[in-house]
Design a binder for this molecule. Sequence first.
Ligand code: NAD
Length: 298
Amino acid sequence: MTTAKRIDGKAKAEQLAESITEQTASLLSQHGITPGLAVVIIGEDPASQVYVRNKKRRAESCGFYSVQHTLPVDVSQRDVLKLIDDLNLDDAVHGILVQLPLPDHLDEQTITQSIAPTKDVDGFHFINIGKLTAGHTADAFVPCTPAGCMLMIEDELGPDLSGKNAVIIGRSNIVGKPMASLLMQRHATITVAHSRTRDLPQVVRNADIVVAAVGRPNMVKADWVKPGAVIIDVGINRIEQKIDGETKSRLTGDVDYDDVCTVAGAVTPVPGGVGPMTITMLMFNTLRSARLSAGLEG
Ligand code: NAD
């Protein structure tokens, strides 16, 4: 029985973070600039708090100026927009991130679109989405998760994906759609599957590259997978499992890892695959923003 290569996103993210830290030090010594990342978190969602803490920790370890604004769950939209305005004008801040999801009374689109496109390190602003879709990525910010997936795919298959079939499962604005744009730019042939797709296993069987971004634990099985395919598992699902009579919760992806490893060529694990790369790409985008703000190449 074959066993697929485990794509170590954690190790790759560490390597990338080292390079970002070095570039940050030289940006400071040569140009007197320290990349600045501002994270806005609203309310007390425990998962969001963990994500924000990890982002702050990583920003500090890269040598960034890092600031966190924690707003109460009932904050008004006006106050959020005022804070973003202030951050847009703050020269020490090169990247602004508003942690999602937001409480129901706030309008996500108005808030994400109020971030200056030049500081939109999440890549959610329509200007950045437009640039990515049009292939003008020289000064655009690409959303962190698909950008990280792309680096891992490139490691396995090289930069030119001509002749490869890629199936993306999930059509969200933050993962599926930008992933399709990135893969298309590398000349892959793209299928974006979603909840209305008929016979998903058959669609996936055609893929040399699978990116699963659904939010359904262990959905992708070995008999969906073409032998040798590269499988990128974006999903993060918390499941309860009984171990020795005790119920414990653990994270799992959208891909049945052990099963798929018997057929695929390479697979990202969850945890330790896409997640760490996503955070590091946020640092990459923030460093890039700082460099672009100084008129340097991104
Ligand atoms: P989303 O809920 O916005 O989109 C889910 C997509 O899956 C939708 O397009 C939907 O059409 C599709 N879908 C739902 N059920 C389906 C089915 N049965 N068959 C085929 N397609 C189906 O989700 P999202 O924000 O793109 O996130 C997807 C997953 O990735 C979630 O588990 C999320 O937690 C995870 N995620 C991880 C990272 C990371 O850094 N690792 C980043 C973003 C999202």
